[in-house]
Ligand binder design. Structure first.
Ligand code: NAP
Length: 244
């Protein structure tokens, strides 16, 4: 059986790093991305430290040239992914009245438009192989709404709707498309949030803690496995019971 190529965007840290690492095994060729050369080198070092044959590229989803260069490089290296995990993300929070159009556009570009471009670009190879797995990282916030996150929540809800649509378009070709919607997970994304707010939220989570990046990675790996062959068009929530 040939090795499966797994692309995880935004895998220099946080959830993406754990997702990339869960594919460090002989069955997969892991491919990571970061926005800077420093991030790319960090991913490459992780491959070396774990004795893994992997690849890493620079990719900024808010920059058309960066996306075009990334597509060209990955094509040159003949690495069209069999499993695409759209994880890269940012937050630019503010109440709607104070939100700048720049912050609106950046979040929509990185999440919604970025995921669209990646899926569109890599779909042809999956269709040719008559096999593919696409997993898009959404957020519990898309279902709950979240004060100060109109840009982020709109992007994530859009991703979920877009994923259902693509699932219908490509299901007959043995390609599944699903979303994973995490609740609060311990990463850099939480580090700027108010400590009292985080304490209050912890109290509202039935499991009384934030999630770990490895817990998201396990679910993503399951959805990309043969055990999940009959699951498509779904958003799977993972949030310690915060949203049910
Ligand atoms: P994180 O720790 O802040 O890491 C973000 C990753 O995305 C980094 O690898 C970063 O690369 C990359 N990235 C940032 N801006 C980018 C851009 N413009 N183009 C391409 N890549 C970019 O974030 P995280 O918490 O792991 O979040 C990962 C995903 O989970 C996101 O989609 C997020 O919305 C979602 N999520 C997170 C939580 C949570 O509580 N943490 C909850 C729900 C959903 P650099 O290292 O180069 O900056």
């Amino acid at each position: 059986m040939s090795l499966k190529k797994v692309l995880v965007t935004g895998s220099s840290r946080g959830i993406g790093n754990s997702i990339l690492e869960i594919f460090f095994s002989k069955e997969f060729i892991p491919i990571g991305t970061a926005t800077s050369n420093i991030g790319v080198e960090k991913i490459k070092q992780n491959f070396i430290d774990n004795n893994v044959q992997g690849f890493a590229y620079e990719l900024n989803l808010d920059d058309k040239n960066s996306i075009d260069n990334f597509f060209a490089a990955i094509k040159d290296d003949d690495l069209n992914p069999d499993i695409l995990i759209n994880n890269a993300g940012i937050a630019r929070d503010n109440l709607m009245l104070r939100m700048s159009e720049e912050d609106w556009s950046e979040v929509i570009n990185v999440h919604l438009t970025g995921q669209f471009k990646l899926m569109k670009n890599f779909l042809r190879g999956m269709l040719k192989n008559k096999w593919g797995r696409i997993i898009n990282i959404s957020s519990a916030a898309a279902a709950l709404g979240n004060k100060g996150q109109s840009n982020y929540v709109a992007a994530k809800a859009g991703i979920e709707a877009m994923s259902k649509t693509l699932a219908r378009e490509v299901g007959s070709k043995n390609i599944t498309v699903n979303c994973v919607a995490p609740g609060f997970i311990e990463t850099d994304m939480l580090k700027d949030l108010d400590k009292d707010y985080l304490k209050m939220i912890t109290g509202e989570i039935p499991l009384q803690r934030f999630g770990k990046t490895e817990e998201i990675a396990s679910l993503v790996k399951f959805l990309s496995s043969d055990e999940a062959n009959y699951i498509t068009g779904q958003t799977v929530h993972i949030n310690g019971g915060l949203f049910m």
